[in-house]
Write a protein that binds this ligand. Structure first.
Ligand code: C2E
Ligand code: CA
Ligand code: CA
Length: 268
């Protein structure tokens, strides 16, 4: 019943303007500067309240609604980013999460091109995060799409890296800029020597392939120190900032990050 009502509601959610974007900073490990913002969708449901993606993205994929929702996200973040740039704030990339369904849509690259032209945002300020397993399901296809996106100046990151089986040969051919170490490795990095070893291996692999490496889910000073010691280029996580509503981004970009650890303001 919940599923049926969610599905019906989702069809109308775009026109009713019920989707929201939270933005979570990615920071340079050395300078602590914000280099990008990851867009994380929420659905402000009229009866059920603020829903996280885990509650509706799978259903959106099954119903095909992920296409219009994904386009809405892209357009929204391009417009937001342009507005920050027009306010004279430091320029950053905005990263959009893509599901496999979106990447495989027939006119995906054209749609992205159109949105960039229509909004006027330069491609270099847009980033896509694509799951490792999504890419590995069809590497040949992924290479061709990612190469076209790269040619538009768009930054490409492999999300949840370490959980799938990317072969080195494929990695070299992908037009990828950044490897994002999955949160599950970062979580126990201090306690579990295997997780620490995997993290080190991903970082040195990234370095030798000329890719940036970012760690997600950094929550503690201990994790942060260990990642710095391993020369992880970038970090993201509650230690630096939770995902924040659009209205708080201006302050973040203007003032930079005073460490915001322990600010349990936004639970979703
Ligand atoms: P993800 O891309 O792996 O995003 C990271 C998730 O970890 C986010 O959950 C984020 O809020 C959360 N997170 C960030 N820092 C920390 C931390 O320090 N500790 C912990 N425990 N968690 C942290 P969220 O926002 O619920 O998103 C879940 C997933 O939904 C994302 O996983 C992404 O795959 C997907 N998603 C989010 N927005 C979109 C979207 O616009 N389109 C698509 N297709 N998928 C999206
Ligand atoms: Ca992501
Ligand atoms: Ca992840």
């Amino acid at each position: 019943e919940r599923r049926m009502s969610l599905e019906g509601g989702m069809r109308r959610a775009i026109e009713r303007d019920e989707f929201r974007i939270l933005y979570q900073p990615k920071i340079n490990s050395e300078t602590n500067q914000i280099i990008a913002l990851e867009a994380l969708i929420r659905w402000e449901h009229p009866e059920l309240g603020m829903l996280p993606p885990a509650e509706f993205i799978a259903l959106a994929e099954e119903t095909g609604l992920i296409q219009p929702i994904g386009e809405w996200v892209m357009r929204r973040v391009c417009l937001d980013n342009l507005q920050w740039q027009e306010q004279g704030l430091p320029k950053v990339r905005v990263a959009v999460n893509l599901s496999g369904f979106q990447l495989q849509a027939k006119n995906f690259v054209e749609t992205v091109q159109e949105i960039l032209e229509e909004t006027g945002l330069a491609g270099e300020y847009l980033e896509f995060e694509i799951g490792e397993t999504v890419i590995m399901q069809n590497p040949e296809f992924a290479v061709s799409v990612l190469t076209r996106l790269r040619d538009m100046g768009i930054h490409i990151s492999i999300d949840d890296f370490g959980t799938g089986y990317s072969s080195l040969a494929h990695l070299k051919r992908f037009s990828v800029n950044t490897l994002k170490i999955d949160r599950t490795f970062v979580r126990d990095i201090e306690l579990n020597s295997t997780d620490a070893a995997i993290t080190s291996a991903i970082i040195s692999m990234g370095n030798s392939l000329n890719l940036k490496v970012i760690a997600e889910g950094v929550e503690t000073e201990g994790q942060c120190a260990m990642l710095k010691e391993k020369h992880c280029d970038e970090m993201q996580g509650y230690l630096f900032s939770r995902p924040v509503p659009v209205g708080e981004v201006e302050g973040l970009l203007r003032d930079g990050l005073a460490k915001r650890a322990g600010q349990g303001d936004e639970e979703l």
